[in-house]
Write a protein of this length. Structure first.
Length: 141
């Protein structure tokens, strides 16, 4: 079974998407976008970036759980994985994103309240003030 994307729309005007494997498990959740076209551009960007090993950044929480982010060319987070208990699980998750991000299908539209509040989870220091306009252009669509 092939993977697919699922769009999430908030009542606050924000959008996100999830990448799901063929077994319907979520393998990646995107950052917040402020328009549907920007979210669709994010999907296209994820398709490209997920094929590049240098765009994956691995993280380990203090409790030992491991997760990864897929970054764009400006080192901004496009999406984050679910947490994994082992290094082998993390590697399998990265392979799943690489394989399933080629999906062209979208299944369902999820509506949630206050998707924009999730933006705080994806905030991180930008490399320079010059990076902000590029991020805003992608996010604001």
């Amino acid at each position: 079974m092939n993977g697919y994307f699922q769009m999430i729309e908030g009542d606050d005007g924000a959008f996100m998407f999830t990448l799901r494997a063929g077994n319907h498990e979520t393998v990646l959740t995107s950052r917040v976008f402020w328009s549907r076209p920007a979210a669709m551009d994010g999907v296209a960007l994820l398709r490209r970036q997920s094929q590049r090993p240098e765009c994956y950044v691995r993280h380990t929480d203090p409790d030992g759980r491991q997760w990864f982010e897929v970054l764009d060319d400006a080192q901004h987070t496009l999406g984050r994985s679910e947490p994994y208990a082992s290094r082998s699980g993390l590697a399998a998750g990265m392979a799943s994103v690489k394989r399933n991000s080629a999906a062209t299908g979208f299944k369902g539209l999820v509506r949630r309240a206050n998707v924009g509040q999730l933006a705080a989870a994806f905030r991180r220091p930008l490399p320079s003030p010059l990076a902000t306009p590029a991020l805003n252009a992608l996010s604001k669509g």
